[in-house]
Design a protein around this ligand. Sequence first.
Ligand code: APR
Ligand code: PHB
Length: 389
Amino acid sequence: MKTQVAIIGAGPSGLLLSQRLHLAGIESIVLERHSREHVLGRIRAGVLEQGLADMLRQAGVGERMDAEGEIHEGVEIAFGDNRIRINFEQLVGKTVMVYGQTEVTHDLYDARDAMGGRIIHQAEDVALHGIDTDKPYVTFKKDGVEERIDCDFIAGCDGFHGPSRKAFPADKLTVFEKVYPFGWLGILSETPPVAEELIYSGHPRGFALCSLRSRVLSRYYVQVPSGEKVEDWSDDRFWEELKSRLPADVASTLVTGPSIEKSIAPLRSFVAEPLTHGRLFLVGDAGHIVPPTGAKGLNLAASDVFYLSSGLIDFYRAGDDSGLSGYSAKALRRIWLAERFSWWMTTLLHKFDEEAFDVRVKRAELDYLMSSETAQRALAENYVGLPYD
Ligand code: APR
Ligand code: PHB
């Protein structure tokens, strides 16, 4: 097989990249290890910055998002019984779209199908070759048969555990990592959300988040120590713990019900530098991870796709390779700004095993946030998403 861009991974990064390239007349083939049902069964985040929402509209994938997603003009930050609403619209004149990543992926699949996009599922043993030559290729097995795709470029959109990052020579890659000693236990339940907007709650017992997918589908999380087992968390135990970490008036109106999904995700900050080696480009979770506290994972994948697709379009249209050679530096700048914000929000709102001094400093930081419009504006500016350039 032959194509212009071989894309490894059919998560939001790979699918959005192939869709944008297709609309610019650039061919790609997407290789995915799992089945489509598996990809669509994953429950992930649900807050889209305007930059991503606009990109989906431009790519012809915004219709269902605009009909079913919710525009949120703010979020609430709570600490004990203190609460503050961060009014994005008023502070920075922007909003976010609440629409699940699962739905975004679904819409991207539909769009790729409608345009005859090639996505090969259950591709096994995907391996990258010749990335530092101008004739890279990818090999894989499909139904036991060895296959090969010759291409001009490879986009590694294969998430944190995929083969693309591992294909870099060890001395060409530096990683920066911080692993937090806790994870988020999350549940999805067919209950009305406790509030119109998201509530991020810092509490002496640990962090909690009230989020939602629709008016009849809620997503809630509580911070749990690393190593905690999901089997040890009955629904009742989860609801009790969540209630204990929310302001009393919120807890008293929480509607509980059976969970339809329950899982624990570890928290990590991770960046690989650079994102490019020869003809290989890392995109999304393959190159970086943020803890979910600032809702930046999917949005950073989107800005990577924006930069890389622009670079590829300039290359094929005008032979201009400046966007490709500048991809890593440009994407990393925005990635590090989002890493900073995600680390800050995680540190501010989670329970750590801290010295008394640090506990007091965090309390002061929350006091400052609750009392200073300038501090609130900084949160709002980052939460709705920094500009793409
Ligand atoms: N061969 C082919 N595909 C692979 C391989 C492999 N060896 N390894 C992983 N993949 C696929 C995964 O099965 C997955 O479908 O790559 C895809 C990567 O998708 P995501 O993990 O969703 O990563 P990305 O598309 O960059 O999206 C980033 O998703 O993980 C969240 O928090 C993250 O919201 C962010 C967004
Ligand atoms: C979610 O709805 O799953 C969600 C929302 C906001 C976050 C993280 C996760 O910061």
